[in-house]
Design a protein around this ligand. Structure first.
Ligand SMILES: [Mn+2]
Length: 436
């Protein structure tokens, strides 16, 4: 017997990968996890006859030759299957996985890896290469996997291959409407109630320039699907990271669920120190027999010491800014701009304090009314949007979004110019973020 496996607590990407793999490995038997992730439950229930998964316990006594694993490379996420195969089992193992940062700890396994947002994409790619066609139900299931792991194509990890695979699945007859039905994160009514509770409890803290959302709650007992609730709140909060700290009255345990959008807020060390784990952008920690608001205070202190300072205006600005004195003439400004090849420069008074901006537009206004010998200060733009060196990306972003400016002077406490930040600097920063 040859089998197809995914990680324990099987999710949509895992099911999608296995469903696609049945075409790649005809005759191989898919095995389900004892645990199905809450987001995948409805899909699994509806399609279970079509899927034909067997249970891990059915493996007992079977002579398994080849095991093909999807969406994980970590032994601890496969224990429920390997336990059934027995300690001395030493058949052939192949792994198809997109968790490139995880370490492989299955001896003798052959690893096939990719960096795509969804592991299902990886298997679709193989089918496309081989020219294999699939039935519409399977295409719909696979599409769910891609939607789920790419956050509907909005997560950082999305790759062009994910789009290509989705496009191919649509061609194979995937039903987008059915897929969307399975993707609604908050499928249960109590989750919607909790979601409102999270929003009501949400505090936004500024920690070393990062804006961090924290929701502390106490529930009667632990329920499924809390991570989905926190993720939903994170979708609508424009902050660097979110932490849900949820205490359970019955067990006296507390669960911390964290999600991050920034490289500098890495969940692994933050939650790892508290006995948790996950990925750098998503993690959780279960604190056994710890309960109460003190945990929130301790956790905030922990964040203070753990987080690296956020990028600030001074890290992005160009220093050694060229400026011009407000008492020079428009003609001089025009010649100067031509010389330095800029479309505008900050203007200073005699004390070196920022007093305005002069641009080619201002100069052409003066030229029209033949005022080239007037002083710059009569024609410059006096209302300048500036920022301080410690300003966060959020503050800079706000200026660019709200006001029609291309340059933001960065000033020190005495309003003297330290540097200048252009829209290009900001876009380049966003571009770099994307590559991480
Ligand atoms: Mn996955």
């Amino acid at each position: 017997m040859n089998i197809l496996l995914g990680h324990t607590n099987m999710d949509l990407d895992c099911i999608g990968s296995i469903v696609m793999a049945r075409y790649l490995f005809p005759g191989y038997v898919p095995v389900k996890s004892r645990l199905i992730h809450p987001v995948a439950k409805n899909l699994y229930n509806l399609y279970q006859n079509h899927l034909g998964f067997i249970n891990p316990m059915d493996l007992e006594g079977e002579d398994v030759e080849h095991v093909v694993i999807f969406d994980t490379r970590s032994h601890k996420r496969l224990r429920e299957y390997f336990d059934r195969l027995g300690e001395d089992w030493n058949g052939k193992v192949d792994i198809y996985d997109h968790h490139v940062n995880d370490s492989l700890d299955i001896p003798g396994a052959t690893l096939h890896e990719c960096t795509y947002g969804s592991n299902t994409t990886f298997i679709c790619e193989k089918l496309i290469e081989k020219g294999i066609e699939i039935v519409p139900d399977d295409a719909t299931i696979a599409l769910c996997g891609i939607f789920a792991d790419t956050g509907n194509f909005t997560h950082q990890n999305v790759n062009e291959k994910d789009f290509a695979a989705a496009s191919w699945l649509m061609k194979m007859g995937a039903n987008k409407n059915i897929a969307m039905k399975f993707l609604s994160k908050l499928s249960e009514e109590y989750q919607v109630t909790l979601f409102h509770q999270v929003l009501n409890n949400l505090e936004i803290r500024n920690i070393h320039g990062h804006s961090i959302a924290i929701a502390y709650m106490e529930l009667e007992e632990q329920v499924n699907g809390l991570a989905a609730v926190i993720e939903k709140a994170f979708e609508i909060e424009h902050c660097g990271a979110i932490f849900g700290i949820i205490g359970f009255c019955d067990s006296g345990n507390t669960l911390i669920i964290g999600r991050s959008r920034k490289e500098k807020i890495d969940m692994l060390p933050i939650l790892g120190d508290w006995g948790g784990g996950g990925h750098s952008r998503a993690g959780s920690a279960l604190l056994k027999k710890k309960f109460g608001t003190q945990i929130k205070d301790d956790f905030l202190k922990h964040l203070q010491s753990e987080l690296l300072p956020a990028i600030k205006a001074e890290n992005l600005m160009t220093s050694n800014v060229l400026t011009i004195n407000e008492n020079l003439t428009i003609l001089e400004a025009s010649i100067y701009l031509e010389e330095i090849g800029h479309t505008g420069v900050p203007v200073e008074n005699d004390e070196g304090v920022l007093s305005g901006m002069i641009t080619l537009r201002d100069i052409s206004k003066a030229r029209k009314v033949k005022q080239m010998h007037s002083r710059i200060k009569g024609y410059m733009t006096k209302k300048v949007f500036y920022t301080e060196k410690d300003a966060s990306i959020r503050e800079i972003e706000k200026i660019f979004n709200k006001h029609h400016v291309g340059h933001i002077p960065v000033l020190n406490e005495d309003k003297k110019i330290l540097g200048i930040l252009t829209r290009r600097d900001y876009l380049d920063f966003l571009e770099r973020q994307k590559q991480i």
